[in-house]
Design a binder for this molecule. Structure first.
Ligand code: FE
Length: 183
């Protein structure tokens, strides 16, 4: 019997390093990356979202909703990110889709956060926009269709593109926070 206890003790001691990280299972990464007020927000789920406007109105803040779904534009130099230089990833504030890396952000004088390329092909989609008597290319979230801003051809190398975005529809996650979560 004594041997059995000894065996159990050794066995549990051997298991302990493996069981410690299991505490994380109670709070899956996917849950951590969601917003309690918006069940459709996920920085890990890439499945396309096609939701009625009434649902977006319910789950988004009035400010995000106005830009993302009603295509409003925030005033120049008013947003959080137009001159922000932190290292990290910008996600869609409506659905959590990864949109841009800070490496692709450049100092633009336009007053809106500007990027020269999206994080991956398909993360942003495009539509012709002929509103306000102009011919522009609208940039929308590739996952949920949220209006993000416009795409112009006057950006810097290597792409020559300028993704002119509204800060309010961007969620920024610093690299150090991502690294911490992965541990
Ligand atoms: Fe989105």
């Amino acid at each position: 019997m004594k041997q059995l206890y000894l065996l159990l003790f050794v066995f549990s001691a051997l298991l302990s390093p493996c069981t410690a990280p299991a505490e994380n299972i109670k709070t899956p990464k996917k849950m951590e990356q969601q917003k309690p007020s918006n069940p459709y927000y996920s920085r890990t789920d890439t499945a396309k979202l096609n939701l009625p406007d009434a649902v977006w109105k319910k789950v988004l803040s009035p400010e995000v909703y106005a830009v993302a779904r009603k295509k409003e534009t925030e005033s120049a130099f008013s947003g959080r990110f137009w001159d922000y230089t932190g290292k990290g990833t910008y996600y869609c504030a409506a659905c959590g889709n990864a949109l841009f890396r800070s490496d692709a952000k450049f100092a633009s004088t336009c007053g809106w956060p500007s990027f020269f390329e999206e994080v991956r092909k398909g993360s942003v989609m495009y539509l012709p926009d002929r509103s306000y008597g102009m011919v522009r290319t609208e940039a929308l979230c590739g996952r949920c269709g949220a209006h993000l801003g416009h795409l112009f051809d006057d950006g810097p190398p290597p792409t020559g593109k300028r993704f002119c975005m509204n800060s309010i529809v961007l969620d920024f996650v610093p690299d150090r926070q991502e690294a911490k979560k992965a541990q």
